[in-house]
Design a protein. Structure first.
Length: 261
């Protein structure tokens, strides 16, 4: 009799254990849907990036040592805001024409394992993946960019913003966060418009040349990190860019922060 009861108990425990395993398996299957990722950018193929963080570093004049340190710190702060599947795009505006300029970084951030499921995921592996696939390429790009030792003959900032709006961002931003961070001394210099010549900004903003190179920045947040240039009136240039961006209809008028050095 006792033997039968023991066998029955063992049977119940086995059935219970199998039921738990089955329920756990269904839960894992239901909550871990397969997502396809782009092999180059690391972004979700179907949904695309959640948000965008665009960084333009104006390398048309050689950055001084303190400026380089400050620029690196600002860039790291921007990148740290990116959650998994947020895209980070970094451009260096230097010795190439706008048409030939390609992003140094065009990648989505990925999980670092801090929210890993202890049962189904390997936290250390996820941390390693982020380090190798996202953090390391950014470090390489920053080193290469900040090592630039050549001044450029042009600084087509407005044209660069237009290129990014057309080539790197969706037509319909919807509810995505899109931030453009411009790190520059703001001395626009191109065949369309230049602060190095006798200029009339108000006339330019009403001209066909401006219409040709301007962008519709509706829904986009602009932050200017102004590299202080001792040879120009930095406050006047700053005010000029507020006028320029106002004509391009950003989400808000640009936030402007100086970078010393």
């Amino acid at each position: 009799m006792k033997k039968k009861k023991k066998e029955d108990l063992q049977g119940y425990l086995l059935v219970g254990f199998c039921l738990i395993v089955f329920v756990l398996g269904v839960f894992v299957w239901a909550t871990n849907k397969t997502i396809d990722y782009d092999k180059i950018t690391g972004c979700e193929k179907d949904a695309g990036p959640n948000n965008y963080y665009i960084i333009i570093v104006d390398n048309t004049d050689i950055l001084r040592t303190i400026q380089k340190s400050n620029v690196r710190k600002k860039i790291k702060g921007i990148i740290n805001k990116a959650d998994p599947n947020d895209k980070v795009i970094i451009y260096s505006l230097s010795n190439f024409s706008v048409e030939k300029t390609v992003p140094l970084i065009d990648k989505c951030s990925i999980r670092d394992g801090s929210d890993a499921d202890e049962i189904t995921e390997n936290k250390a592996y996820l941390r390693m993946l982020k380090s190798e696939l996202f953090d390391a390429p950014i470090e390489v790009a920053l080193e290469k960019m900040l090592a630039n030792k050549k001044d450029s003959q042009a600084s087509p900032i407005i044209e660069m913003i237009q290129k990014i709006r057309v080539e790197n961002l969706p037509d319909d931003i919807k509810n995505k966060t899109v931030e453009i961070h411009l790190i520059s001394d703001l001395l626009q210099h191109s065949e369309n418009f230049s602060f190095y010549t006798n200029y009339n900004l108000k006339k330019f903003l009403k001209s066909l040349k401006f219409q040709k190179i301007s962008s519709d920045l509706s829904g986009i947040e602009i932050t200017i990190w102004q590299l202080i240039n001792s040879k120009v009136d930095n406050i006047q240039i700053r005010d000029h860019w507020t006028e320029i961006f106002e004509k391009m209809n950003p989400k808000y008028l640009p936030t402007i922060e100086p970078i010393s050095g």
